[in-house]
Design a protein around this ligand. Structure first.
Ligand SMILES: *Cc1c(COP(=O)(O)O)cnc(C)c1O
Length: 383
């Protein structure tokens, strides 16, 4: 019986970490400072050093991280914020949750990320319609940074702020710049399944902007002022639990090594699958942390493909089956003037394979063999 194959094997990581995490958690249990204990500041120092950014501010989760930045930017009803449609719901939710208007932009089919041409035409559309665009949230989907050269240029030309939703991409880099250091601010998530995950919910905001950092520090603690008991703005309760910070301090130590492993595995997948499906392509000068390894299937029944892999004990997942502009809660929001053909096509064609740092070569080979045989019917000429 071959070993059970996990889509994301947190158990293997836990075995590697050995007693380190247990001891870190025990340390918190012993000192008892469960909220804003010393591990929180220690982790924030580690994180800011890791990506070379002045301020790393931890918070409750990756969605709150986005909300905190938008709140700090005073995003409100009547404001439009551009974001990709092909993303996890939280990106648009943070915008709509403040009463503002998410405007769904198409993505580039090969990178899964914000398409600069669609972004430009969406901004022109908003200006013509009298809606005020205030900012852009770019997403680094599946671990690869967005096309920041173009996006930054567009944002600065149009006077829009840029926030990077790097929930899936902490640890990646773009033309030598670490993710975290691009835009006005970058947000990430420490949800367990993310490349750097904790053992519950967690998130962080990164910025080099002093004033923004101060505002977010206040917002995450009920908008408190400098004097104890003072509340100078309406904020949130969004802090990272000390226990999660203690877990992350340990996990960050092995993270660089895990990223090497993820990249090695992605390269091997690419080599073995490149002739049967469209494998992910990483843009020039970018590195990915491979939050997901996502194939685009040729004209092919995706359900049958997944069933064939399931029968071979290979788990797969579809991110994302429905783009945001087609979701019941979001379909009334504006979309790019030329439509979102790439988002629609991707939603129908993507499928993600198991990806984590602990996939042995033997298991990788089992996966790629199963994928190739599941794809065989797609390549048979139709009569
Ligand atoms: C996971 C994720 C989020 C939200 O993070 P949570 O910690 O789950 O709130 C936001 N954006 C993207 C792109 C994500 O993948």
């Amino acid at each position: 019986m071959p070993e059970q194959l996990a889509f994301n094997d947190l158990g293997a990581q836990r075995r590697r970490l050995g007693r380190a995490v247990d001891e870190a958690i025990r340390g918190v249990l012993d000192h008892g400072m469960y909220v804003m204990g010393p591990e929180v500041a220690e982790l924030e120092r580690d994180l800011s050093e890791f990506c070379g950014v002045k301020h790393a501010i931890s918070c409750g989760n990756g969605t709150d991280a986005l909300s905190l930045v938008l709140l700090a930017q005073n995003v409100k009803a009547g404001d439009a914020v551009l974001c990709p449609s092909f993303t996890f719901a939280a990106t648009a939710e943070a915008i709509a949750g403040l009463g503002a208007t998410p405007v769904f932009v198409d993505v580039a089919e090969d990178s899964f990320n914000l398409d600069a041409t669609s972004l430009v035409s969406s901004i022109s559309m908003l200006k013509r319609s009298g809606t005020k665009p205030v900012g852009i949230i770019a997403v680094d989907l599946f671990g690869q940074p967005a096309d920041y050269n173009h996006i930054e240029e567009i944002a600065s030309r149009e006077g829009l702020w840029l926030v990077c939703d790097a929930a899936q991409a902490f640890g990646a880099s773009y033309k030598g710049r670490p993710i975290g250091s691009i835009g006005l601010a970058t947000t990430t998530s420490f949800f367990p399944a993310k490349p750097l995950g904790c053992y519950g919910d967690g998130g962080a905001v990164f910025t080099n902007d002093e004033e923004l950092a101060d505002t977010i520090l206040s917002l995450r603690m009920h908008g408190r002022g400098t004097d104890n008991g003072d509340h100078v703005r309406i904020g949130m309760n969004s802090r990272l639990d000390t226990i999660q910070a203690a877990v992350l301090i340990e996990k960050l130590k092995i993270f660089p090594d895990e990223l090497v492993a993820r990249n090695r595995i992605a390269k091997r997948y690419n080599e073995q699958l490149g002739d049967s499906a469209v494998v992910p392509s990483i843009g020039e000068g970018a590195t990915s942390v491979w939050a997901q390894y996502t194939l685009r299937l040729p004209r092919c029944d995706r359900g049958a493909f997944q069933a064939s892999l399931a029968a071979a004990d290979v788990p797969t997942a579809v991110y994302y089956r429905t783009p945001m502009h087609q979701q019941a809660a979001y379909r009334h929001f504006p979309t790019a003037p030329n439509g979102l053909p790439a988002s629609n096509r991707l939603a129908a064609a993507v499928v993600s394979l198991p990806m984590h740092a602990y996939l042995s070569e033997e298991v990788q080979d089992r996966i790629t063999a199963a994928v190739r045989s599941a794809l065989a019917p797609c390549h048979r000429p139709k009569r």
